[in-house]
Design a protein around this ligand. Structure first.
Ligand SMILES: *Cc1c(COP(=O)(O)O)cnc(C)c1O
Length: 385
């Protein structure tokens, strides 16, 4: 059989009817351990930290979606980050972006810096910033694209070239894009990391993470760390993510359609100043986005003409369908205020350098009827000065 295409993979990759019952859906193997006929003589499973059939099915599905060979799941996106950074040792250095997801920034600077790993943060949308930071201790490049909350686009292929030239491990956090929009391994990345909590599971009902790679040696090290450190998810959650992924392609298609309409609406609204969305031709790296992404996604950020904190707070507290909440990527629309929520720990001068001003608002545009979403935003915008 020829290789499955993307939408077929979301539904079928790694999955077959259960051989003992014919169950079409992957069973939830709610067990910690597996019987052995004699010591070491078993059916491939010994203990559920090491391997569980429900989790392994999801891991195989993820590997297929990212065009990788090996998939590993973790109890959260940050547990996946934790495992990947443990490939390094004290003295090693990592180059990353200066508008990284806040939780990733926190584990890098507050947990791993203490253990002797050094992190550099730079504007990765400009490639010349990166090469100047590479030295003999550099071991890893960690990128995220589109970035949060500014929706900057980083050129994956060019970063992969820098990475190869300097023999670095190149990791891409693909949470915002998902493999529906971009597949970093095809563009030369070594490891793809996910918070499955977001678009991949898609229904705001589970917290989980993943790492996917093609290289056998990296995979072996990651499997060793996954089993040794033990941050694995349970089978119930693995089932939920498997079910969510079955509609990834149609959800993403609608997220993108709605995202475009909302971005255009905001761009023409008299109370809105900048709108950040990689689909605009005026976006700084629109050409790169067009090249490496299949579409532009449902994340849209904007700030207000007034740029007043109180206006932003009033706006995010006034919407009805856009629920004020952390997270993103669910079927329902969410609204957030980075300066007081996700980026509250970053000093004002620092956050403003990257565009996170007092009135910046981030939308995770859901898959509701877009007319309802626009009416909701318009009403809320008209309540502010
Ligand atoms: C949410 C998120 C994470 C962390 O994942 P959790 O599942 O919350 O631990 C990492 N990176 C990005 C881009 C995220 O949005």
């Amino acid at each position: 059989m020829t290789e499955m295409k993307f939408a077929t993979k979301t539904i079928h990759a790694g999955q077959q009817p259960d051989p003992t019952t014919g169950s079409v859906m992957t069973p939830i193997y709610q067990t910690s351990t597996y019987v052995q006929d004699s010591p070491g003589n078993h059916k491939g499973y010994e203990y559920s930290r090491t391997g569980n059939p429900t989790r392994n099915t999801l891991e195989d599905n993820l590997a297929a979606l990212e065009n990788g060979k090996y998939g590993l799941c973790f109890g959260s996106g940050l547990a996946a980050v934790d495992c990947i950074i443990k490939l390094l040792k004290p003295g090693d250095e990592v180059i990353s972006t200066n508008d990284l997801y806040g939780g990733t920034y926190r584990i890098f600077t507050k947990v791993f810096e203490k253990m002797g790993i050094k992190f550099h943060f730079t504007g990765m949308d400009k490639l010349e910033n990166i090469e100047s930071l590479v030295n003999s201790n550099t071991k890893m490049i960690w990128a995220e694209t589109p970035t949060n909350p500014m929706l900057n686009i980083i050129d994956i292929k060019s970063l992969a070239e820098i990475s190869k030239k300097n023999q670095l491990i190149f990791v891409v956090d693909n949470t915002f894009a998902t493999p529906y929009l971009q597949r970093p391994l095809d563009l030369g990345a070594d490891i793809v990391m996910h918070s499955l909590t977001k678009y991949m599971s898609g229904h705001s009902d589970v917290v989980m993470g993943a790492a996917i790679c093609k290289d056998e040696k990296i995979a072996e090290e990651l499997y060793f760390l996954q089993n040794s450190c033990g941050g694995v998810p349970g089978p119930q959650d693995a089932f939920l993510v498997l079910r969510g992924i079955k509609t990834l392609h149609i959800r993403m298609q609608r997220h993108c359609e709605n995202g475009k309409i909302i971005a255009d609406f905001l761009n023409n609204h008299p109370k809105v100043n900048n709108v950040y969305w990689p689909g605009f031709e005026s976006h700084f790296n629109h050409d790169v986005a067009k090249k490496q992404m299949h579409d532009f996604g449902g994340m849209v950020s904007f700030d207000l003409i007034s740029n007043k904190l109180k206006d932003a707070i009033k706006l995010v507290s006034s919407t009805h369908f856009f629920a004020l909440a952390e997270s993103l990527g669910g079927v329902e629309s969410l609204i957030g205020h980075p300066a007081s929520m996700t980026h509250a720990a970053i000093p004002k001068v620092e956050r403003e350098k990257t565009g996170v001003v007092d009135s910046l608002i981030r939308l995770s545009v859901g898959i509701e009827d877009v007319e309802d979403l626009i009416e909701d935003l318009d009403k809320a915008l008209n309540k502010i000065s």
